[in-house]
Design a protein. Structure first.
Lengths: 410, 622
């Protein structure tokens, strides 16, 4: 089962936003996240809102089908247009994620992007990304995407080791993601990311180094590296509870993170968010930066989250319920929260502290400032940026970011 | 059903020869309340209060208002079956029933000439009833053994009559068999009370002397004092004197319970009743004290009075520091009705502001703690119970230590600890394990007697400190629940005692300091240090956890510094969840106590202070 949605107040049927949400919108970039809730099989560690054909059978009928999914999602893009009214902003970033977006025909992805272009217009330098499964793309598919306007692609590589991929239930063979990078380059993609996971049960330090080396060797300009989170309710959590696979110790995660930082910096990557490295500023994922900097984005698709001017909402999770709402002309929003001033301050701290640039000290109150001075003394914050008025994490601080945040928000 | 006697003697004008004062000794669930109800009915007292339903309704209201509804002493008129024209007065006196309140029990018994020993015919005598039976025997009370619930299919009246006969020293055939539920045999029991229990004997013309056997705070009427008049007479509106303190009061009201309070002109020799003087605090009307008239009063009090002396101390701290005033108010209120409860403010570096509270024993501690939590809605941390130590320094100065963290530093000559005489009753198959337990608790065997073929009484001298840990739990588990324990303080002894301190990152945690025997100090230190290592989350820096006697470290563990505390992913859909998680963590952090620079979760304090092996409150001792 995918993870649960937060609690919140109901979303009005027409999806209308409180008036204040659009105040000052012109100064904020607008992005679109498009969720594709389908996977060929469910990976043991995954708690994302995604469904396999088997999981969908008999639950949503024709409405939940992926054959007409693009049309349904385009309905929501049109709803977005109505809700945002005469908001003049062109869309700065589009990110298609999942699930496995590349389970849809390339043409479907292109049509969804086209709907955004038609309704909102795309900024000249818009970043348009899709996630892709190394097994489900080929040069023709990539050419179609590139021609349709996609300029960034993110492959789920996870590991270069077969035994690690097996624990993760990933079906691709080692070597395939690296070839994908070459194919994407050939298709003309400007920016390419490889996602890696460390700390999988059974992975050694050397396995991890090998994965990093393989990823770097493929020549992407962006690498994301995530510690494996064992989410409640996943197959992997059950296997660990039953003792079939060992739980990875936090200290091992810390060691792997240090290896990642060392290896990636040696290869010319530099971190810009706790789990993200890029070879240049241009290589950073602008869409993700919208999340981290409190910009506006519309998340379309089942279970997708949106944020516009301090209002967060999230859609119903099931593809069937999602399609039914849109078919009936209703917003698929399941709930929302209107952030109070203090919520927004806390969110800014907890998000921006994860960025290389850090949090402006002016966001902190007296107790938080005192805590920041202690963190500085403890070697968790960088001295240089601190003097310039920003709390920016050191390498050790990055590993303890959540602990630092707990003190800074005081 | 016999006729209700028509010319019942009135209070203050009752011939002592017609009075029978008795109590009922019974194990919980053996039917004491049912028997009392039946007696109220048979003697017509029920009719006087008319509709039972109405009466119960009134009790509910009273209960809601927190008034004690227990009838401390009920006056029952009873004309014996063979002598219907000669109504007697039976005073049924309630007794508390636990080892902690032995003194109160002994005063209740001292107000009686006899007792009904009530035993469930399906279960036989329970070990805990024996302690009170022995107390009654020591008070030379006439014992009337009775088997109850003989209507139960599982009843074995013959077998248990034999057992009672052996205990009391009577013919098994003389053991009465009743069913309090159906009323069967209860009349015969009342007749037997008249026939066998001696009438009270006192000097009618002597100065008045009345013994207080209970004292209850009532929020409407102030303290209601229950007395048994021994000599002379107490009269309405008279001024009286408490002989232990010399305090004088006016008798605003005097009377008897049947079962409601009913005012009377006075109480004469041998009579039992209540009096109200307007005092607001039970400590001004102490159990065991003698009341006399202010003018021409007695000069010699009745024997047996003792000031209640706390034996066990524990620090009580509100989990939420802002509840401190509520805790103080709650203790003040409980003290109105509990003369044995003593407390004074105390500050702990680890736990904040609280009180050091003295109790009669472990049950008393548990009862008070539970009432504070239930009735007053307080969440408390209680430190491990400890006893009172007397420390004599080399320079001759002396310290009384009620809190281990106040154990003096410097050159100590002798340390004295209280000891008790413990009596353990158990099936003989457990002798070995009981003796083993007592030996490890520094006990000295005093003697052992077989009560019957398979039941044994074992007597030990034990340090009280060894009992206030988990002794009772251990005893119960080693005897599959069969053993019972009774103890009485017998004085003090010198012992080789040391204070073990626990240090976190070099800072002493006062709440974990303990006084132990030198031979047990190391084990205590190792255990606590290991436990804390488990319970305290890893901090941003390495935290040594040490146990030390003075400056000598006897055990050490290290909590490694935390290296990773960050969620890997934080994208659009994670933000709400993450903010809420942070809010939750902040709440959790508020519940952390700072010890120096170390954050210790309250759960760690609770776990260490309440666990058996950390030495903690004996929750299960009921």
């Amino acid at each position: 089962m995918p993870s649960a949605l937060p609690d919140g107040e109901p979303v009005p049927d027409d999806g209308a936003l409180p008036a204040h949400a659009l105040t000052g919108a012109a100064d904020r970039p607008l992005g679109f996240y498009l969720h594709v809730p389908y996977c060929a099989t469910r990976c043991g560690y995954c708690d994302f809102n995604t469904y396999t054909a088997t999981e969908l059978r008999g639950t949503g009928g024709v409405l939940a089908s992926r054959d007409n999914y693009a049309e349904t999602l385009i309905d929501e893009i049109r709803l977005a247009r109505k809700v945002l009214g005469d908001d003049p902003r062109p869309v700065r970033t589009v990110f298609v994620g999942g699930g496995t977006p590349t389970l849809l025909a390339a043409g479907d992805l292109v049509r969804m992007l086209g709907a955004i272009r038609d309704e909102f217009g795309l900024a000249d330098d818009a970043e348009v990304t899709t996630e892709a499964n190394p097994e489900s793309v080929d040069p023709a598919y990539l050419d179609t995407l590139r021609a349709g306007g996609f300029n960034r692609i993110s492959f789920g590589m996870q590991s270069a080791r077969q035994h690690v991929l097996r624990v993760l239930d990933r079906t691709h063979t080692p070597g395939r993601p690296e070839r994908c990078v070459a194919e994407a380059r050939a298709a003309g993609f400007e920016h390419i990311n490889l996602d890696l996971i460390y700390g999988t049960p059974g992975e050694s330090d050397d396995d991890w180094r090998a994965s990093l080396d393989a990823a770097i060797g493929a020549g992407p300009d962006h690498v994301s590296a995530y510690a494996l989170i064992v989410e409640e309710g996943t197959q992997l959590a059950r296997r660990i509870r039953r003792g079939e696979v060992p739980m990875t110790d936090d200290d091992v995660h810390a060691d792997r993170y240090l290896i990642a930082e060392e290896t990636l910096s040696a290869a010319g990557f530099s971190w810009y968010e706790v789990s993200n490295w890029a070879t240049s500023t241009a290589g950073r994922c602008l869409h993700n930066e919208l999340y981290w900097r409190g910009a506006d984005w519309w998340g379309a698709g089942p279970g997708a989250h949106s944020h516009v001017g301090g209002v967060r909402w999230w859609n119903v999770k099931h593809p069937g319920a999602y399609a039914a709402a849109l078919a009936a002309g209703r917003s698929p929003g399941a709930g929302r929260e209107v952030l109070a001033e203090e919520d927004r301050r806390v969110e800014r701290i907890l998000l921006e502290v994860r960025l290389r640039e850090g949090v402006p000290l002016e966001l902190l109150r007296e107790e938080g400032l005192a805590a920041s001075r202690r963190a500085l003394g403890d070697g968790l914050l960088e001295g240089g940026p601190y003097e310039e008025g920003r709390a920016a994490l050191t390498l050790r601080g990055r590993l303890l970011a959540d602990a630092v945040v707990r003190d800074l928000v005081d | 059903m016999p006729a209700i006697p028509s010319h019942v003697p009135e209070p203050s004008r009752t011939d002592p020869a017609l009075i029978r004062n008795f109590c009922i000794i019974a194990h919980i669930d053996h039917g004491k309340s049912t028997l009392a109800d039946r007696m109220l009915q048979l003697t017509g007292v029920v009719e006087q209060r008319q509709m039972r339903a109405q009466y119960l309704d009134r009790m509910d209201i009273e209960r809601e208002r927190g008034i004690t509804i227990k009838s401390q002493a009920v006056r029952l008129p009873w004309a014996p079956t063979h002598d219907a024209g000669n109504p007697h007065i039976l005073n049924m006196i309630d007794t508390p029933g636990h080892v902690d309140f032995t003194y109160e029990v002994s005063r209740s018994l001292a107000a009686c000439e006899g007792t009904i020993l009530l035993v469930d015919a399906a279960q036989g005598i329970e070990a805990q009833t024996l302690a009170n039976l022995y107390l009654a025997m020591e008070n030379d009370l006439t014992i009337i053994p009775v088997l109850n619930k003989i209507d139960l299919p599982a009843a074995q009246p013959e077998k248990f009559a034999e057992e009672l006969g052996n205990l009391v020293g009577c013919d098994p055939d003389d053991v009465l068999k009743v069913s309090a539920k159906t009323g069967l045999g209860v009349e015969a029991l009342l007749d037997k009370v008249v026939a066998e229990i001696p009438a009270p004997v006192g000097v009618k013309d002597a100065p008045a002397r009345a013994m207080i056997f209970d004292s209850v705070y009532d929020s409407y009427r102030g303290v209601v004092t229950y007395v048994r008049v021994v000599d002379g007479q107490l009269n309405k509106r008279e001024r009286i004197r408490m002989m232990s303190t010399g305090a004088t009061h006016e008798l605003l009201e005097i009377g008897t319970n049947s079962p409601e309070m009913l005012g009377a002109d006075g109480l004469g020799v041998g009579e039992v009743g209540y009096l109200i003087t307007g005092v607001k605090d039970v400590r001004q009307s102490k159990v065991g004290d003698t009341i006399t008239s202010l003018s021409k009063g007695a000069t010699e009090p009745l024997g047996g009075y003792k000031d209640p002396k706390p034996m066990v101390f524990s620090g009580l701290y509100p989990l939420d520091g802002s509840d401190y005033p509520e805790l103080r108010d709650a203790l003040d209120k409980l003290q109105l009705n509990d003369a044995a409860l003593v407390y004074e403010p105390e500050t702990s570096a680890a736990l904040g502001f609280g009180f050091r509270v003295g109790f009669l024993g472990l049950l008393h501690l548990d009862v008070i703690r539970e009432r504070l939590e239930r009735e007053f809605g307080l969440d408390l941390i209680a430190t491990a119970p400890n006893v009172v130590y007397r420390v004599v320094m080399e320079d001759g100065t002396e310290h009384t230590v009620t809190n281990p963290s106040e154990f003096p530093e410097g050159k100590i000559n002798e340390v004295y600890e209280p000891v008790v005489r413990a009596t353990i009753l158990a099936p003989s198959e457990f002798i070995g394990s009981i003796m083993e337990l007592c030996q490890t608790r520094r006990g000295t065997l005093l003697g052992m007697d077989y009560l019957s073929e398979d039941r044994v009484e074992i007597r030990y001298t034990l340090p009280l400190a060894e009992i206030v840990f988990d002794f009772f739990d251990q005893l119960k588990s080693k005897t599959r629940g069969y053993a019972s324990l009774d103890y009485e303080p017998t004085g003090e002894q010198t012992s080789s005692l040391v204070k073990v301190d626990i240090l976190l990152h070099g800072d002493k945690v006062d709440a974990f300091s303990a006084i132990t025997h030198r031979d047990q100090a190391y084990a205590y230190g190792v255990r606590l240090v290991a436990k804390l290592k488990e319970l305290i989350p890893r901090q941003a820096f390495e935290v040594p956890v040490q146990a030390a006697i003075g400056s000598r470290v006897i055990a050490r563990e290290t909590i490694r510094a935390i290296r990773k505390d960050v969620l890997a992913k934080c994208y659009g859909g994670d933000i709400s969840r993450k903010r809420k998680l942070l809010e939750k963590q902040k709440e959790g952090k508020k519940r952390m106590k700072m010890v120096g620079s170390v954050e210790v979760p309250q759960e760690a304090f609770i776990a260490v202070l309440s666990s058996d092996d950390g030495g903690g409150s004996a929750k299960s001792k009921k």
